[in-house]
Design a protein around this ligand. Structure first.
Ligand code: NAD
Length: 254
């Protein structure tokens, strides 16, 4: 699918990987709607790149429906490219100190990361179905963001890994379901990236983290994530799978 002159919706676009992805698509000549819970940050990035910002909590199904309608109005049709980056990274032991269970963390993480991705994917696909196919036969492409924690979750990442495992596992059945309509579904599983999520960590922690990354021995740059999202959108033969983008890192137990 061509990026120039095309349309995209990026969630979590007010920060980190989502913001870099929105900037990348805009630089390729794609018209972009930036969805975020934090509307001020989404507006700031949108202002830089000539995009539009819409607000929604992705875990709220009805709000996502309204945001997708708003996006379709702004883009004069359903976005053809959807990249889901909205997410949270809470950590907690399953059984914490003094036997306290982490149900709340589990529920919140699953709601935002897994249900949020499902909400945006389902509402986007429904609207893509109403569009004519492009010359490649495609109606759209959906790129979801998992994490390497879907395979090598660390201690404290039961909730996060479960949410990202769900995202990775959805790629194939979703791609199979939408195949007859020319809609592709992919996931990216990033390793460790230099975003506000990571920048908050003390330097010695970042040094310890990067020491585990074989090559290149540094955090990934958000632009490198955006480049892969752009490639997935451009390459029509990529479908129904999850790509690790991680400098060969395998997370240690803790
Ligand atoms: P970030 O915190 O910089 O950005 C996340 C954005 O999502 C923020 O703008 C935030 O406002 C938005 N958001 C959060 N909850 C939301 C909700 N309920 N509804 C709408 N928007 C919401 O994070 P990031 O590092 O850019 O991460 C983006 C995605 O990539 C996340 O899904 C994260 O789990 C995943 N990921 C990140 C890394 C990394 O190293 N940074 C690694 C693996 C996976």
């Amino acid at each position: 699918m061509q990026l120039m002159g095309n349309t995209a919706l990026v969630t979590g676009a007010g920060s980190g990987l989502g913001a870099a992805t929105a900037r990348y698509f805009a630089a390729q000549g794609t018209r972009v709607v930036l969805l975020d819970f934090d509307i001020d940050r989404a507006r700031m990035v949108a202002g830089e790149i000539g995009g539009h910002a819409v607000q929604a909590d992705v875990s709220d199904e009805a709000a996502v429906g309204r945001a997708l309608d708003e996006a379709a109005g702004l883009l004069e049709g359903a976005p053809r490219i959807v990249v889901n980056c909205a997410g949270v990274g809470h950590a907690a032991r399953i059984v914490g100190r003094e036997g306290k269970l982490s149900f709340d963390t589990f529920e919140k993480t699953l709601k935002v990361n897994l249900f949020g991705t499902y909400n945006v994917m389902s509402h986007a696909a429904k609207r893509m179905l109403g569009e004519d196919p492009l010359e490649t036969g495609e109606r759209g492409v959906i790129v979801n963001t998992a994490s390497v924690a879907f395979e090598d979750g660390q201690l404290g990442q039961a909730a996060y890994s479960a949410s990202k495992g769900g995202i990775a596992a959805m790629s194939l059945p979703a791609a199979r379901e939408f195949a007859q309509h020319g809609i592709r579904v992919m996931a990216i599983a990033p390793g460790l990236f230099r975003t506000p999520m990571m920048e908050g960590l003390p330097e010695e922690v970042t040094t310890k983290i990067t020491a585990n990354i074989p090559f290149p021995p540094r955090l990934g740059e958000p632009d490198e994530f955006a480049l892969l999202a752009g490639h997935i959108a451009s390459n029509s033969f990529l479908n129904g799978t999850t790509i690790r983008l991680d400098g060969a890192v395998r997370l240690p137990p803790r």
